[in-house]
Write a protein that binds this ligand. Structure first.
Ligand code: SAH
Length: 394
């Protein structure tokens, strides 16, 4: 098959020479061959030197690079890529673990596979494609997963309806590409979670908070805990296991609260220390009649684009100011932002303003980030999205 070639404008090859995996549409000079969304393309500089091979997509990021080597992108290629990802998860002691069976196998650019997310829940892999190019590879990706994971994968569910570009002409439908899952329960550090990949948010569970939840467990003994934006309740069970006196979980989604209660029942049946509320988190804190000793703020990305960054920072500030004002003396605040456009510095400055407003003495105990199964390519700093602080409020 003839792969079309894209020629870059002079100078636009520089970022590729530093292995950055994106080419913006404005960098393209001309194209040889017929180019359709989702196609593999060769990328050459203006002097016709080979630079890379990637997937073409209509939009401001026009090409996402799969390889900087002149190689065939065939089944063996996908097997090599997935094998590398799998080997890393073994190194991280996630693949093959008895107590943690929920983890990320492929984290887009962080695993050299832009446009692809793969999360493992027990023996089910949930794929989420963000590019048409990856979507068109789904059959071969399933074969490659089977080759690499062997009997560790018995079902592959694909969930790209909501993540493919809005105008892509592919009519994606969520569903199983292979097998069918016999269980929806996965484990994280020995705690059990029901994961709803069919109807849940993202791939069904936020695996990226695993280590931060484990840290919270250590601080929970004897404390009253408020877990806002709780989704499936992750932080709440760690708090319960850590010996919290009381745990309140809050999420504006009814469905999330149902899942949280189901998960509490799985791990701590009938535990009266826990209560869940389907309410807006801002309102809940506004109206709270008690002070908590430990508060978690893990809101969704308030800013998805630079344009709304200022408003988003205001939102984060209002939320954090509320929590810092209301937390009990000696309280511990776990606060996060998962907006990629909110830098670590901007996040910290925002917390500084929120803290200063309260006039209380606030100290940083920990600086948190995404775990190692969400790796950041040194050439693609944009991959760093999760940031958090653990604060001690006097
Ligand atoms: N902390 C969770 C993940 C949070 S995802 C975990 O560990 O798994 C963000 C959650 O915030 C979603 O479940 C969403 O329903 C909820 N949410 C969004 N806006 C909200 C609001 N204003 N008040 C309360 N919850 C909200």
């Amino acid at each position: 098959m003839q792969v079309p070639t894209v020629y870059l404008k002079p100078g636009k090859e520089q970022s590729l020479k530093r292995f950055h995996p994106w080419i913006f549409s404005g960098a393209i000079k001309n194209v040889k061959g017929n180019l359709e969304e989702g196609d593999l393309v060769r990328v050459h500089d203006v002097h016709d030197n080979f630079l890379a091979i990637g997937h073409y997509q209509i939009g401001s990021i026009a090409i996402r690079i799969l390889t900087f080597k002149e190689e065939e992108v065939d089944e063996a290629f996908w097997v090599r890529k997935l094998q590398t990802a799998w080997d890393l998860r073994k190194t991280l002691q996630l693949a093959g673990s008895e107590t943690t069976t929920a983890y990320r196998l492929v984290h887009g650019e962080g695993d050299g596979l832009p446009g692809l997310i793969a999360d493992v829940y027990d023996r089910t892999v949930v794929l989420q494609m963000h590019t048409v190019g990856m979507y068109l590879q789904r059959e071969v990706l399933v074969k490659a997963l089977q080759q690499v994971m062997g009997d560790q994968v018995t079902a592959v569910y694909e969930k790209s309806e909501g993540t493919l570009p809005f105008k892509a002409d592919v009519e994606a439908e969520n569903g199983y590409l292979y097998g069918r899952s016999t269980t929806h329960v996965a484990q994280e550090n020995g705690l059990q979670f029901k994961v709803d990949w069919e109807k849940g948010q993202k791939t069904g569970f936020f695996v990226d908070q695993r280590e931060n939840r484990a840290l919270l467990e250590k601080y929970s003994a004897g404390r009253t805990v408020l877990n806002t934006f709780c989704y499936t309740g992750g932080f709440s069970f760690y708090a319960l296991r850590g010996g919290a006196r009381k745990v309140h979980s809050v999420d504006s989604s009814e469905r999330a609260i149902v899942l949280t209660n189901e998960n509490v029942a799985l791990n701590f049946p009938g535990d009266e220390r826990h209560e869940a509320f389907a309410v807006d988190a801002f309102k809940f804190m506004e109206q709270a009649r008690e002070q908590y000793d430990l508060i978690v703020l893990d809101p969704p990305a308030f800013a998805k684009h630079m344009k709304v960054l200022k408003n988003a920072l205001q939102g984060y500030k209002r939320l954090n100011a509320k929590a810092i004002e209301q937390i009990a003396p000696g309280g511990i605040l776990f606060t996060f932002s998962c907006s990629q456009v909110v830098s670590r510095d901007a996040f910290r400055t925002m917390i500084f303003s929120a803290a200063a407003r309260s006039g209380r003495n606030v100290r940083i105990l920990h600086q948190l980030e995404q775990p190692a199964d969400h790796p950041v390519s040194i050439y693609h700093p944009e991959g760093e999205y999760l940031k958090g602080l653990v604060l001690y409020v006097e």
